[in-house]
Write a protein that binds this ligand. Sequence first.
Ligand SMILES: NC(=O)c1ccc[n+]([C@@H]2O[C@H](COP(=O)([O-])OP(=O)(O)OC[C@H]3O[C@@H](n4cnc5c(N)ncnc54)[C@H](OP(=O)(O)O)[C@@H]3O)[C@@H](O)[C@H]2O)c1
Length: 346
Amino acid sequence: MSHAVVLGGTGLIGRAAAHRMLAAGWDVTTVGRDRSRMPDDVAAAGGRFIAADRTEPHQLAAALGAGADLLIDCLCFTAGHARSLLPLLDDVGSTVMISSKAVYVDAAGNHVNSAAAPDFDGPVRESQPTMAPREDIDYRSRDGYGANKVAAELVLLDSGHAVTVLRPSKVHGDGSTKPDEWVFVKRALDRRKVLVLARGGRGVDHPSAAANIAALIEIAANNPGQWVLNSADPDAPTALEISRTVAGYLGHQWAEVLLDQRAPAELGLHPWDRLPGIRLDMSAARQLRYQPASDYATTVTAELDWLVSIADRGPSHTAQLPPGFDHEYFAPMLNYTAEDNYLAER
Ligand SMILES: NC(=O)c1ccc[n+]([C@@H]2O[C@H](COP(=O)([O-])OP(=O)(O)OC[C@H]3O[C@@H](n4cnc5c(N)ncnc54)[C@H](OP(=O)(O)O)[C@@H]3O)[C@@H](O)[C@H]2O)c1
């Protein structure tokens, strides 16, 4: 039986990849630091867990053991992380490194984490210029994330090993630490009567279902080589379309108030507010006979069901995410008081 090792296998992309490879008949080892985060369904499907810290070379080597046919690295953020894999890759059939669309720059050098919004002038192909590789800046900073990813990609690709670099966009799925659809799920659970959307909800930030990334990982596993591939859903809905998908799935109706540029800037904020929209071109993956698991509306239900199952109604009788999520990230997008005041004064 072929063997896959998933670094960060307890996380959003890792668990979907583990699922996919188990379903395809692979033996799968997931690696994380905390056994309690091993998803029950991955364990039930036969996935094994090894506790190891990806950043500790001896623990990394122990997790790989005698090697693997496939190594999926969901925790490769820097050139240093990439270099720590190199001594192990002689015993690995092929490697999939999860990078990000954050590597791309537009003609003016702007990227998705820039102060100025990038304008890619159409769907982004893998040949789009990237940020310059950097190792001298923290990968957890706005200018450091994409630049360190580029440096990590280059270390792996220059090694000559069979390495596939996947560049996902905005990932959704169960187990997300930042489940963007929460901004609409909470409103539906709270039975909000009105949805206020900035810039008419026209923003687009291409979604990437973890299940679709996993489908592309399986393609890479079956086609060892050197590939750099975008990884996004077959469709790129607007924020307005996403809001309707969520409300429809949860059986809720609201009146839509689509704001224009005259509205106060803090109103109707949402995670897909990118104009010009960001779309990834998926033709390179399709040339490898990649078939997505499904479209956005179908795949997002995994995250929606999960969010409903973990939402806490609490004493306030409004839905809350449990502790541990990034509540500060969501707060400006869930400012009911500001919305209600605006609607009352209209
Ligand atoms: N999420 C997105 O929207 C997105 C978009 C584009 C690209 N990406 C890329 O996709 C990759 C995976 O992202 P993700 O969202 O799936 O991550 P995630 O949900 O945060 O999962 C990461 C997993 O790795 C484990 N982990 C963290 N540090 C570890 C360490 N030092 N050693 C061993 N295990 C560790 C975590 O569990 P423990 O803390 O319990 O160990 C967690 O389960 C990342 O490289 C990211 O840059 C993500």
